[in-house]
Design a binder for this molecule. Structure first.
Ligand code: ATP
Ligand code: MG
Length: 443
């Protein structure tokens, strides 16, 4: 039934032969039961960490987390984590158990795990161990806490985000008691580090069911990203928009490729709107400067999540330019390629597509044009046009024939680059030198 790689099977067999119990457990069993290929296999055993080390004394053993009972053995060169059955002690901080205690009882180990679908163990010799009906919940597509949900979310509030992430990725429903409890306990998320919330959000936003989860649990998202709170039930009073602001954001997420940066950008691309609203004499609302304000607010959001600077910068740039007006012309595209580079320009155009997919029906008419611009930008980039000073047919040494090196040299080169990008001067040494002379005379 369960497709276990040979190296994992060997580790299980050796522990059993030494007189211990050994099972695969958690995500790998869940994924196998769903018919999906597990990305890694976790092993749980009655052997104490020291005993596990003994069993594999002829192999490379890494003490990954002895305090938590985890050692890693290299089986066939592949690292395999083996964790001793354990019971978690009290969680005073809602993040980490104060202490862990090892046990010889699989039942006790499984009771500390988060959801029934993650509390199933399987051994090729002992069979399936499923005390909480996890297999049935997987079959029905249900996420349910093991034990009392309030207590489990209080122990470790990250489980709130994990439940939402699993629902978004697996398309499972969160069972109603668990769902009520995670809503009720959302404020506990304040205790969880930004990094851990961010990592769950990234996976959640790329899930096939992300939209439904964003809709169903908006108040929880407003807890981890307070900037979203004013977007919920916010009527845009705009003829371009068929939906309230939060729903527009969710639809934009659903309409862009499943990639973390783009999905974050679409979720946050309009969060500046409530801060920039104005009404004209017809009662139509406008949001002048909202792209810049949204980008600034997003910079705060992503700083709190401590994600990489490059990720933060990229998402903010997509948002800053999400409402510029694109033009399907060589000049426009080359200018943009020079300013953003192909990758960011493509992201900005994908954001246009997602944004227009989430407005009124008529806005969708522009989408083929945005796609054509992406294709054309890719073609133009292939031809390697002059996009930066280093692509010019002249450099600082050439300019030194005209003026002694000084900050003016850079100014001249910048002017030449603009001239080439605007198509006024071809990228040819003689023509550029003539233009440089003319520029120096007239400026
Ligand atoms: P994936 O690896 O796809 O994220 P997973 O279920 O394997 O899914 P891991 O974070 O690898 O998730 O954790 C392995 C197992 O450890 C889980 O299946 C679950 O049994 C248990 N677990 C992980 N995190 C928690 C938690 N915060 N609270 C309780 N149990 C947890
Ligand atoms: Mg895992």
């Amino acid at each position: 039934m369960m497709d276990i790689p040979k190296s994992i099977r060997q580790v299980l067999d050796r522990l059993e032969q030494a007189g211990y119990e050994a099972y695969i457990v958690g995500g790998c069993v869940r994924d196998s039961l769903m018919g999906a290929q597990p990305h890694d296999f976790d092993i749980t055993t009655s052997a104490l960490p020291e005993e596990t080390k003994q069993v594999f004394s002829d192999m490379r053993v890494i003490e990954t987390g002895m305090k938590h009972g985890t050692v890693t053995v290299l089986a066939d060169g592949e690292p395999v984590e083996i964790t001793t059955y354990r019971v978690d002690g009290e969680y005073a901080d809602g993040r980490h158990p104060d202490e862990v205690r090892f046990t010889r009882s699989l039942s006790e180990d499984v009771a500390r795990r988060d959801f029934t679908m993650n509390g199933i163990a399987y051994s090729p010799v002992r069979g399936l161990f499923d005390e909480y009906g996890g297999a049935e919940d997987i079959r029905r597509g249900v996420i349910r806490c093991i034990g009392d949900p309030d207590r489990r979310f209080n122990e470790d509030a990250l489980r709130i985000m994990r439940a939402l992430r699993f629902s978004a990725v697996l398309g499972f429903e969160i069972e109603s008691r668990t769902a009520d409890s995670l809503r009720r306990n959302k404020e506990l998320l304040k205790r969880v580090s930004g990094e851990r919330i961010f990592s769950e959000l990234c996976r959640l936003l790329c899930g096939a069911n992300a939209g439904a989860v964003l809709r169903g649990f908006s108040e929880v998202f407003a807890e981890v990203i307070p900037e979203l709170a004013p977007c919920i039930s916010y009527d845009q009073h705009s003829r371009y928009h068929a939906f309230q602001l939060y729903e527009h954001l969710v639809r934009a997420v659903e309409s862009c490729p499943k990639e973390e940066g783009l999905r974050f950008a679409m979720l946050l691309h309009d969060i500046g709107k409530p801060h920039t609203q104005s009404a004209d004499e017809n009662g139509e609302w406008h949001f002048y400067g909202h792209a810049r304000v949204s980008a600034e607010l997003t910079d705060d959001v992503l700083s709190r999540f401590h994600c990489s600077n490059s990720f933060r910068k990229r998402v903010c740039d997509i948002i800053r330019y999400h409402d510029m007006v694109p033009e399907n012309s060589y000049r426009f595209i080359v200018r943009r390629l020079s300013k953003h580079g192909l990758d960011l320009f493509r992201d900005i155009m994908l954001a246009h597509i997602a944004d227009d997919s989430a407005k009124q029906e008529f806005a969708k008419k522009r989408i083929p044009e945005w796609k054509a611009i992406i294709r054309r930008a890719e073609e133009i980039a292939q031809q390697k046009p002059c996009l930066s000073a280093k692509d010019l047919a002249v450099n600082g040494r050439d300019i030194a024939e005209l003026i002694p090196p000084s900050p003016r040299t850079g100014e001249v080169l910048k002017h030449l680059l603009e001239s080439v990008i605007e198509g006024r001067v071809p990228n040819d040494r003689d023509k550029l030198m003539a233009e440089a002379e003319r520029y120096l005379k007239t400026e």
